[in-house]
Write a protein that binds this ligand. Structure first.
Ligand SMILES: Cc1cc2nc3c(=O)[nH]c(=O)nc-3n(C[C@H](O)[C@H](O)[C@H](O)COP(=O)(O)O)c2cc1C
Length: 228
């Protein structure tokens, strides 16, 4: 059975981004695909790639000791990866960027399956660049924003897939969620005077439909490429 993981770059658990990624994973699991959500909010990620190049001279492992390697292992084993980030200051979160930088450096330019040895030094630029460890996996991204910056953040995330030999999946609109949490007076069901908090997934109806289509497309590509 193929497997798809979603990685949420928010610093808040159960927030907008997590709900949007989970929605995509729920749709994907309806098509017989195993899914798993990974949150970064509860992980210790010390920072981005420090350019030491240890991983290139050795095995596919980052020398920074934190929670990154178990996440990388799940990325390596998955058939599809969805990354999602809230917009922080017009960009993806630093934690999301840190994971992508290090995952890219550990995996890029390796022969398929070469996790135990060094990257073959073919000089730079490469004439024949090996495909890397993410070759032909399926990728997609989601960004959520209170107001602006989602397109730039989505593009930033998608660029990572496109330098790592992924097959990238789209939807019927850009896969973004927009808006903010609203506290509204109950109009039906609840006690008089009680309030109801609406989530972005509820209020951004077009965003929710876009994620549904994204999940359907993602499952279609994963099953066609990796269905057993
Ligand atoms: C540090 C920080 C920076 C933010 N920067 C922006 C921004 O530049 N533009 C914007 O529209 N929203 C910004 N936001 C709002 C979040 O992008 C938005 O609320 C998002 O949906 C939160 O996702 P989450 O619930 O998954 O954490 C920022 C939020 C935080 C905490």
């Amino acid at each position: 059975m193929p497997k798809v993981i979603g990685i949420c770059g928010s610093e808040r658990l159960k927030g907008n981004t997590e709900q949007f990624i989970q929605r995509a994973l729920d749709v994907i699991s309806d098509y017989g695909i195993k899914t798993e959500l990974i949150t970064l909010a509860d992980k210790n990620i010390k920072g981005g790639c420090i350019g030491c190049i240890w991983c290139r001279a050795n095995r596919a492992e980052c020398c920074i000791k934190d929670d990154f390697m178990p996440i990388w292992k799940k990325m390596y084993e998955a058939d599809g990866i969805i990354v999602g980030s809230p917009v922080y200051w017009g960009s993806a979160t630093a934690k999301m960027k840190a994971v992508l930088e290090r995952a890219g450096t550990v995996s890029e330019g390796r022969e398929l399956g070469n996790v135990d040895g060094p990257v073959k030094d073919l000089g730079w630029p490469y004439d024949e660049k090996p495909p890397g460890l993410f070759y032909h996996k399926v990728g997609g991204a989601i960004a959520t924003t209170r107001r602006t910056g989602a397109n730039a953040t989505l593009a930033e995330l998608l660029m990572w897939f496109m330098i790592n030999n992924f097959i990238v999946v789209g939807s019927s609109y850009w896969t973004i969620g927009v808006g903010t949490k609203r506290v509204a007076k109950e109009t039906k069901g609840g006690k008089a005077g009680s309030t109801h908090t609406t989530t972005m997934l509820e209020t951004d109806v077009e965003g929710a439909v876009t994620i549904k289509h994204f999940g359907e497309n993602f499952a279609w590509v994963v099953n066609n490429l990796h269905g057993k």
